[in-house]
Design a protein around this ligand. Structure first.
Ligand SMILES: CC(C)(COP(=O)(O)OP(=O)(O)OC[C@H]1O[C@@H](n2cnc3c(N)ncnc32)[C@H](O)[C@@H]1OP(=O)(O)O)[C@@H](O)C(=O)NCCC(=O)NCCS
Length: 274
């Protein structure tokens, strides 16, 4: 993989002169995207010490893919699209359920047991096993979603391709992201956390502990807690206004999921089709 990384980095340095006719460059980039597509490589990962490591070269490969691909007409029955990147396919062998209306692009990895309700998963994203991506949820490019996560209806997980060193959104294992939440720009939801419906999380949003009043790390929902959208008073030259924040309203026992976040699990345990 080190050779491929060096090749992609070299192509990236010389990207201005590249075109879809450069077949060697196309082959190298396709090899890198196939690694993402099959889950053998990932754009970002969390180290055992909790640090996010971004593998820039894989993001560079995605950006190069757009430069090295021509637009093609794609037809699906009466539907027609025009794009450079094919859709992901062969879901049955991957053990993934994809409900009509859902689409995932080549270069996104969906682990076994993932369910895509009519939703969208972009290139470079990774969705962990048994995770449910509910109706109208969108998983942006390179976002890293853990295992046993529920992304509820209409959730917007932001994508980030450029700059290549920028950290993507990370939702860790066992999380529940409530309906219509927006998590963007490299914000992070730690393991087992529940984000109440309608919350907006970016790296600039302050996070407070409701019990102690302490301000926690911005843009990060701590592990095993319930956090909701709230407002904090802020003084501006023109007066005092409410500014958005995230409030941790409950700490959960480590390893024990919040009741409301187990819906997906319960349905699966009872063998109810979800
Ligand atoms: C955050 C959440 C998990 C809390 O559920 P809960 O633990 O049962 O807590 P409660 O409903 O008793 O609410 C606790 C407090 O948080 C507040 N709260 C609940 N949800 C909130 C939200 N989304 N935003 C802001 N405050 C919220 C409540 O007003 C309540 O305040 P109170 O103690 O003063 O009465 C739940 O409200 C939620 O948003 N779940 C996600 C629902 C969803 O998106 N489902 C999709 C299924 S497909």
């Amino acid at each position: 993989m080190a050779d491929l990384q060096a090749r992609i980095e070299e192509l990236w340095e010389n990207r201005d002169g590249l075109s879809p006719a450069d077949s060697e460059a196309v082959d190298a980039v396709h090899e890198a995207i196939s690694l993402l597509d099959t889950g053998m490589a990932r754009v970002a990962e969390v180290t055992p010490r909790g640090k996010v490591v971004v593998h820039q070269w894989l993001k560079q490969a995605i950006l190069l893919l757009f430069r090295l691909s021509d637009m093609e007409t794609m037809e699906v029955g009466p539907f027609e699209y025009a794009d450079k990147v094919p859709l992901k396919s062969d879901f049955m062998t991957q053990g993934v359920r994809v409900v009509p209306g859902a689409s995932a692009r080549w270069g996104a990895f969906l682990d076994r047991g993932v369910i895509l309700m009519p939703s969208y998963v972009n290139i470079g994203a990774r969705v962990g096993s048994q995770t449910m991506v509910d109706t109208w949820a969108t998983v942006g490019s390179c976002a890293q979603i853990g295992a046993n996560v529920h992304l509820s209806g209409g959730v917007g997980i932001g994508g980030v391709l450029e700059p290549p060193q920028a950290a993507p959104v990370i939702i860790e294992d066992d999380c529940m992201i409530g309906s219509r939440c927006m998590v963007v720009n490299g914000a992070r939801v730690r393991q087992g956390a529940v984000l109440g419906a309608g919350a907006i999380l970016t790296p600039s949003i302050p996070v407070f502990d409701a019990e102690t009043g302490e301000e926690l790390e911005r843009g990060v929902v701590p592990p095993w807690c319930v956090a909701v959208q709230s407002w904090v008073q802020k003084d501006y030259p023109g007066g005092t206004f409410g500014a958005p924040c995230i409030l941790v309203i409950q700490r959960l026992e480590e390893g024990v999921r919040h009741g409301g976040s187990r819906l997906n699990e319960i349905l699966r345990e009872q063998n109810v089709s979800v």
